[in-house]
Design a protein around this ligand. Structure first.
Ligand code: SF4
Length: 365
């Protein structure tokens, strides 16, 4: 069995570590690119959201590298994600690919089925080793998140352009190279040392923007046209409402690890504006915007793929949150037509507005 799973930011690092620890052969598709997107766009339904198209492209590229089994998360609720794995599988089958599909449904509703599928993928491994493997992958996700957060702080303050990105790549290589759980703490220490070595101007005034929205678009730089790097280059420190390890803790470990993430808090904060789940992360988008306003952020950017239903609901509510709490909010919708120049123009205009608003201490019309 040669397993492939979709790219979503740095998720591949922790899933690869977990599966290889369990002696499962992994095929990591090339990073998502124009070619990946073109493959997906050519064969996916036009109205499907961008994650489906990129997943499809990932799987087609991985098939050329020998992958024969797709492992994907499932889902339930109002968002279409719940049946995307099956739609992608059917399209691939029609195109002549012979993939086996394993869909891991959320543990809250299908714990027995989930355990059976994990056993199917990992074969002869004991449950003890499976748990250690899952823990190893999770700790890698935590390490990656920590390094990404450091990069968010460093980028707008670096004294040499590009130093943060270079340090982050070296730091991530340290984490990727770890093949045993016991080696991870030392590697993380080294990696953090690399990030701490980036020369910074800590007195430089920076703006702070919270990024909220659909999880795939938030985590996958190709789909959001590398927005974190672009904003960092414009002197903006960003924070994301979703980090991978927090998502794993809340959705796969059912919140077993305490003090992690703001999803529960974000949902509480959303109640005044939206009283029930609308699928995906729509509720968290509204609540996180409230949280960023309360924490004194200068602005919020909502990211979503074209046709994303939960985020369209959230988008319709955000103007009220923005007006009542006095925080500027901009929505960016991405799809295969999105262009770099258009995005940069909009970001520059938004950042300019936030900077003038901060300087004058006034709300600009
Ligand atoms: S949350 Fe949005 S982008 Fe993600 S699968 Fe659902 S509809 Fe598509």
């Amino acid at each position: 069995m040669k397993v492939v799973y979709p790219h979503m930011g740095h998720m591949w690092i922790c899933v690869k570590a977990m599966l290889e620890y369990l002696d499962v052969e992994v095929v990591v598709p090339p990073p998502s690119s124009k070619k990946t997107l073109l493959l997906g766009v050519k064969h996916a339904p036009e109205f499907a959201c961008m994650p489906l198209k990129l997943n499809l492209g990932n799987f087609m590229e991985a098939a050329e590298m020998g992958a024969d089994t797709i492992v994907m998360a499932g889902g339930c609720g109002p968002c279409r994600f719940g049946y995307y794995a099956h739609v992608e599988h059917a399209i691939l089958r029609d195109l002549g690919y012979r993939y086996q599909l394993v869909v891991l449904e959320p543990p809250q509703k299908h714990i027995g089925e989930l355990l059976g599928k994990i056993k199917h993928i990992t074969g002869h491994q004991s449950w003890r080793r499976v748990i250690n493997g899952i823990r190893f992958g999770y700790h890698k996700a935590e390490a990656v998140d920590q390094l990404e957060k450091m990069s968010h702080y460093c980028r707008p303050r670096e004294t040499r352009a590009g130093a943060t990105d270079r340090a982050l790549q070296s730091a991530l290589r340290e984490i990727i190279a770890v093949d045993r759980p016991e080696k991870l703490p030392a590697a993380l220490n080294n990696a953090m040392g690399m990030m701490n070595a980036v020369s910074l101007d800590k007195q430089r005034p920076v703006l702070r923007i919270g990024l909220v929205g659909e999880i795939y678009t938030l985590l996958e730089p190709f789909s959001n046209l590398d927005i974190e790097r672009k904003l960092g280059g414009m002197g903006v420190e960003v924070d994301r409402s979703i980090y991978l390890s927090e998502w794993i803790n809340e959705h796969l470990f059912m919140g077993l690890k305490k003090n992690k993430g703001g999803s529960k808090l974000a949902k509480q904060k959303a109640i005044k504006y939206l009283g029930h789940s609308v699928g995906g992360h729509g509720l968290e988008t509204v609540g996180s915007t409230v949280l960023y306003a309360e924490r004194g952020y200068d602005g919020v950017i909502q990211l979503l793929p074209f046709t994303c239903m939960p985020e369209i609901v959230a988008q319709s509510i955000l103007p009220r949150v923005s007006t009542e709490l006095g925080i500027p909010v901009m929505t960016l919708i991405v799809d295969e037509q999105s262009g770099e120049a258009g995005l940069v123009t909009r970001l520059e205009a938004f950042v300019d507005l936030l900077a003038r608003r901060k300087q004058t201490g006034k709300v600009l019309a």
